[in-house]
Design a protein. Structure first.
Length: 115
């Protein structure tokens, strides 16, 4: 059992609203795949349902990337809030689009690092 501090802020579950766990969509650059996995684990162990970017072991085609990007926007639609994993404050082009989409949808957004 690890004694490390969770990498992400976790909001306590509000059982008075619903018995459904909170759903959080993780967004971030694929260069931070390891950090997103840690955030996913921390949130999951805190009782949160996590939706995260799809992963591929090989390079994806442009068509596959377009499909994955569109699918990730649907994941944002499902979420109660969005967590942006942005070590060092880095936010790339795709993540910027996802943040804009989440804001337009009225989703609360938090960041692991200052922007």
């Amino acid at each position: 059992m690890s004694s490390r501090t969770p990498a992400v802020p976790v909001r306590p579950k509000d059982c008075s609203v619903s018995d459904r766990p909170e759903i959080v969509c993780i967004c971030g650059s694929t260069r931070f795949a390891d950090e997103m996995r840690v955030a996913n684990q921390d949130l999951t162990f805190a009782g949160v349902i996590v939706v995260a970017p799809g992963e591929a072991d090989e390079l994806v085609t442009n068509e596959q990337k377009t499909a994955l990007d569109a699918l990730h926007l649907r994941k944002i639609d499902l979420a109660d809030r969005v967590l942006v994993v942005n070590p060092g404050g880095y936010i790339g082009e795709s993540t910027s689009r996802e943040i804009a989409y989440a804001r337009a949808a009225g989703k609360p957004i938090s960041f692991t690092d200052p922007v």
